[in-house]
Each structure stands twice: as structure tokens, then as C-alpha cells.
Design a protein around this ligand. Structure first.
Ligand SMILES: Nc1ncnc2c1ncn2[C@@H]1O[C@H](COP(=O)(O)OP(=O)(O)OP(=O)(O)O)[C@@H](O)[C@H]1O
Length: 338
């Protein structure tokens, strides 16, 4: 388990001013979990993930991995414990003068692994990432997705228990992103390792994460199972990530401003996503329903539906409909009340 306890990071700038990149962050990440950290640019994502292997030293607070306080380690102990943590990056960071095999060999050489054992391990890793035929290629001869596969193989060379992914798919097109995310899912399933990733793409969180933390201004502002955050985002930032950054004025243009009508966003989970919610509203409460927008997100574990609808009818019927949605645990947010 990774325990991040009251972590703060303050960067002191040359002009004597300070930037608070992490502000009292506490988190627990379970073994075998795929944990996502999402935030806008400058929110503190990179700083946070880099404190887990101490590429960045925190100003205060602790990172404890399987009971070992990483923040208290000296250089040589840190080097040893880093073997248990692999990392991949947005721009792959491969050595351009080395072949694929030699890139993967690099951490094995540093760890002093015998040449025969290293060769065997390289072949296993190439098979795992589906690149056995590219063993003698150079990075410049590979596509972005293939480069990230080499980086993943290299990160896994010393059998780490944790894989840190720093915007690992941000430089890739959607199809390649999907194939890399599938590979990460397989790696978790087959090797049981813990994956911590940072991203600014909600699709990444949706496709592979079990839990997500939303970070803003160096603070965790929302944390929970992905389906919980998707079905009931609480902060404006979370809503923006979940619903997409659609200016209110854009939604405003999509419905007639009829007096007495109410416009609401509803989000519903799993089994309720399969219920005929709209037709029940019409039948049970004698309302007319105008559908303004809607989509269903397929998450790792379940589906979450989002609908923006306008209810038209008697006020008492609208109130009763809102009550019944609440009783069914369907998250609702009134965004316009005529
Ligand atoms: N070495 C540094 N020196 C000074 N300030 C820094 C340094 N590294 C990061 N910061 C500042 O700390 C804050 C958090 O930066 P960080 O890179 O962690 O954010 P991020 O969420 O990863 O952003 P992005 O998605 O743009 O990479 C920002 O205000 C950034 O300018």
C-alpha cells in the first residue's frame, strides 16, 4: 500500500517568491489498484506523482510504501527501493542511440543482472508488450505507441510492484491511447502491480481507473471510486471533467425558456442506467419531458448515464418527479428554473 501523508511541496523561486505545488495532500493507494490523479495544468499532478519515487523531495509530509518511509531514506537505500517502482513518461524518454533491446536492458545493467538472464528477461518483456519483432529497431523507427510499449517494458524490467505513469498517453492518438490502456489493464491483471497515473484526460480515468483523485491548486478536492465521481461530481472542476467543459450559455441555447418548466441534469448508475427513467417521469407524474442532451459512459465496472432534460407540467407534478428521482438515488441538479 502507498500512504501519502500530509504532503506539502513549496518551490522557492529566484525572486524569493514561493509556489505551493502541494498543499497537505493525504491519500492511500491499495495494492493492485489502478489509481488516477486528474487535474488541470499546474494543479500539482506531476509534483505529486514524482514524490512517490522521490524524483521530487517533499517540503514536509511522508510517503510510506509497504510500511517503509520513502521520504526518510538516504541515497543508497533510495536507489534500492526505487527498483520496486517503474515509471513511464509522456515523451517516452528512450535512449535514441540504443536499440529497443538495449533500452530495455538499461535498468537490468544498472541492477547488475547477468547477461544471459537479462537476454531472457528482455525477450519475455518484448513478448509481454507485443514487440518481439522490433528487438533490433531504434526508437526513431517506431511509432509513438510502440515507443511507449518499449518504455513500459523498460519500466517493468526489474519486476516493480508499482508503475507510475506520468501523462503516458497524452502524446498519443485516441486509438493508440486505447491500446496502451488495454496493455496497462493486462499488466495489472497478470502481474498484479499497482498503477498510479496522472492525466488531464477524463477518458483515461474512465477507461482504466478504479479510483480517482481530483487535484486543484495543490489540494485533493474530490476522491472516490470512478463510478461515484462520475455519477455525482460535487465540485465545479469535477463537473467540468465529467460533463465536458460546456459553457452554461451553450446549454442555455438548447432549450426554450418556458415559464414553469425546470431544466435538470441527472446522472444514474449501473442498474438504474437500464431503467426507462424518462418514460416513467412522463407516465407517473403526467409531465412532458424535453431531452436536451444525453450520453452513457462505459466505466471499468459499470455504466453511468448523464441526461439533461426539461420538465414541463404542473409545479406539484414537477416537485413530485424531483422527489421520486432522489428516492431512486439518481443524482439531480437543477440548472434552470423557469
Ligand atoms: N521546479 C519548479 N520550480 C518552480 N515551480 C514549479 C516547479 N515545478 C512545478 N512548479 C509549479 O508548481 C505548480 C504545480 O506544477 P505541476 O507540474 O506539478 O502541475 P501539473 O498539474 O503536473 O501541470 P501540467 O499538467 O501542466 O504538467 C505549478 O504552479 C508549477 O508552475
Amino acid at each position: 500500500m502507498i500512504v501519502i501523508d500530509s504532503l506539502c511541496k513549496v518551490f522557492k523561486l529566484k525572486n524569493k517568491s514561493e509556489v505551493i505545488a502541494l498543499d497537505d495532500v493525504s491519500l492511500e493507494i491499495q495494492d493492485g489498484e489502478i489509481f488516477g490523479i486528474i487535474g488541470m495544468s499546474g494543479a500539482g499532478k506531476s509534483t505529486l506523482i514524482r514524490t512517490i519515487n522521490r524524483l521530487e523531495d517533499p517540503s514536509s509530509g511522508k510517503v510510506i510504501i509497504d510500511g517503509l518511509d520513502i521520504t526518510a531514506l538516504g541515497e543508497s537505500e533510495l536507489r534500492k527501493s526505487r527498483k520496486g517502482i517503474g515509471m513511464i513518461f509522456q515523451h517516452f524518454n528512450l535512449l535514441s542511440s540504443r536499440t529497443v533491446a538495449k533500452n530495455i536492458a538499461f535498468p537490468l545493467e544498472i541492477a547488475g543482472v547477468d547477461k544471459n538472464d537479462a537476454d531472457k528477461r528482455i525477450d519475455e518483456l518484448l513478448e509481454l508488450v507485443g514487440l518481439s519483432d522490433k528487438k533490433e529497431s531504434y526508437p526513431s523507427q517506431l511509432s509513438g505507441g510502440q515507443k511507449q510499449r518499449v518504455a513500459i517494458a523498460r519500466a517493468l524490467a526489474n519486476n516493480p510492484k508499482i508503475l507510475l505513469c506520468d501523462e503516458a498517453t497524452s502524446a498519443l492518438d485516441p486509438k493508440t491511447t486505447s491500446s496502451i490502456l488495454d496493455l496497462l489493464k493486462d499488466i495489472r491483471k497478470n502481474l498484479g502491480i499497482t498503477i498510479v497515473l496522472i492525466t488531464h484526460q477524463m477518458e483515461v480515468i474512465r477507461e482504466i481507473c478504479d479510483r480517482v483523485a481530483i487535484i486543484e491548486g495543490g489540494k485533493i478536492i474530490e476522491l472516490g471510486a470512478v463510478h461515484e465521481v462520475f455519477s455525482n461530481p460535487k465540485t465545479d472542476t469535477a463537473k467540468n471533467f465529467v460533463f465536458g467543459i460546456k459553457p452554461e450559455t451553450e446549454i442555455d441555447d438548447l432549450f426554450p425558456k418556458l415559464p414553469g418548466s425546470v431544466v435538470l441534469k441527472i446522472s444514474y448508475l449501473g442498474d438504474s442506467a437500464k431503467q426507462p427513467i424518462v418514460s416513467k417521469l412522463i407516465k407517473d407524474h403526467s409531465l412532458d419531458v424535453n431531452i436536451i442532451s444525453g450520453e452513457i459512459d462505459q466505466l471499468m465496472s459499470m455504466s453511468v448515464g448523464h441526461l439533461t432534460i426539461q420538465l414541463l407540467g404542473e409545479k406539484a407534478n414537477i416537485d413530485a418527479a424531483l422527489e421520486s428521482l432522489k428516492r431512486q438515488n439518481i443524482a439531480t441538479e437543477v440548472i434552470w428554473n423557469g
